[in-house]
Design a protein around this ligand. Structure first.
Ligand code: CTP
Length: 405
């Protein structure tokens, strides 16, 4: 199999377009094949000739070549690419992407892309912090695009602030780190494995308008699901309610609300899986009675009787066979390692990923996490604070080593 990666680079109308030349050189140095699509306006900022020479491929701007009528197929480009990087991404292109507007080749290619899409915004600070831009960026995130946050610094306008496109070295690192490593099929232990992932919170209804839940965002579980799918695994992602979505072809997403629903799907699918990683923050308790009518306010106290939910992990731990692996998470606030060790044993995990809410930047709401992995020999492997996508790669590498040891 060929190990070289194909990256489609989309360039839009921004002063930062000059940095596209550096991006291409860095990517080519890493052995990546690069094809460039430019929006018509971006040609005013950097010449297609420069980019065609650096990328060693003709630069694409129009839907067809007016000289000979040949067609630039956005569908073929979308299939060719292992990743689509849009850098710089202007406020205008971000807005069009968020709303499905398809009036140039870059945008039609975006809509056709089946691969991960990375978006590196570049604009003036006021444009970047305008609520419209913020909302459009949130929409793109929700659709599973990966936003490479701009940095703070001097802007083309002469103002200082957030909106500067991230430096090319950092962009290249982030894109290449998220792609499958260059390994052969024989070495890739995860290829064609079927892996169950649970993610997000569960919601336990109290009445038709109220529920018990928690702050889990699902980001860690979705990042692991995508990292596994990038390695060629077939992922069954059982997700509680989140704002996330994934378009990865290797992931079948099954949405649930309650712990009981999550358990039913896990019990159904786990026997046909090679293993599971349980990242969901399953509500420990549910209302003993679910009122069919909205509970009315009155002047007396209200007591809610709660009963425990089934422990999905512990159940899978009892039915797991010797060819399957089972890994879980522990989010702790005190006696972290002791509690995690206890869960490792109690739930029959092969390893457990520990994060502490006492670590700044770790836990539910953040895009970063700081983990330790405890293996079944009680050995603790510690990792630095990293982006959740990088943490997912660390967990996958650990899993690969575990499966081949
Ligand atoms: N888990 C699960 N089903 C549950 C509770 C937890 O599958 N009902 C899984 C989680 O997905 C995680 C691991 O078990 O992988 C540990 O979850 P955690 O909530 O930390 O453990 P609990 O056993 O609920 O312990 P506690 O909340 O008391 O810390």
């Amino acid at each position: 199999m060929s190990n070289s990666k194909n990256i489609l680079l989309g360039i839009t109308g921004s002063i930062a377009a000059y940095k596209a030349a550096i991006l291409i050189r860095l990517l080519i140095k890493q052995g990546v094949q690069v094809k460039v699509i430019m929006t018509p306006l971006s040609k005013e900022f950097i010449s297609p000739l420069t980019l065609a020479t650096l990328s060693k491929n003709p630069v694409l701007v129009d839907f067809f070549n007016p000289e000979n009528g040949s067609w630039n197929s956005h569908v073929d480009l979308g299939i060719w690419a292992d990743a689509f990087l849009i850098a710089p991404a202007s406020a205008n292109t971000i807005a069009k992407m968020a709303h499905g507007i398809a009036d140039n080749l870059l945008l039609t290619s975006y809509l056709s892309a089946r691969c991960p899409v990375f978006v590196a915004p570049a604009m003036d600070l006021d444009m970047f912090r305008h609520p419209t831009t913020s909302q459009n960026i949130e929409v793109l995130k929700k659709y599973g695009n990966i936003i490479i946050e701009p940095s703070t610094g001097e802007l083309a306008s002469g103002l200082e602030g957030k909106g500067r496109m991230e430096e090319p070295e950092m962009i290249v690192d982030q894109v290449l780190n998220s792609l499958p490593a260059e390994i052969t099929d024989q070495q890739n232990i995860l290829k064609d494995k079927t892996i169950l992932i649970t993610a997000g919170p569960t919601r336990e209804p109290i009445d038709p308008v109220r529920f018990i839940s928690n702050y889990s965002s699902g980001k860690m579980g979705y990042a692991i699901a995508e990292a596994l799918a990038n390695r060629g695994a077939n992922v069954i992602l059982v997700s509680g309610p989140t704002h996330l979505s994934t378009r990865h072809q290797g992931i079948e997403t099954l949405m649930v609300e309650t712990a009981d629903d999550m358990k039913a799907l896990c019990d159904k699918h786990f026997p046909n899986c090679d293993g599971a990683i349980l990242t969901a923050a399953v509500a420990d308790y549910k209302a003993a009675r679910h009122s069919k009518q909205k509970i009315k306010r009155n002047d007396t106290r209200l007591s809610l009787e709660l009963v425990t939910n089934a422990d999905i992990a512990a159940h899978l731990g009892t039915i797991k066979n010797e060819n399957q692996f089972l890994a879980g998470f522990a989010l702790e606030s005190e006696n972290e390692e002791g509690n995690a060790l206890e869960k490792l044993k109690k739930k029959n995990f092969d390893f457990i990923v520990l994060n502490s809410i006492n670590d700044h930047g770790a836990g539910f709401h953040t895009d970063t996490n700081k983990i330790s992995i405890i293996d079944r020999y009680n050995k603790i492997h510690k990792f630095e604070l990293k982006k959740k996508t990088e943490v997912a790669s660390d967990i996958i590498h650990f899993l690969e080593k575990y499966l081949t040891s």
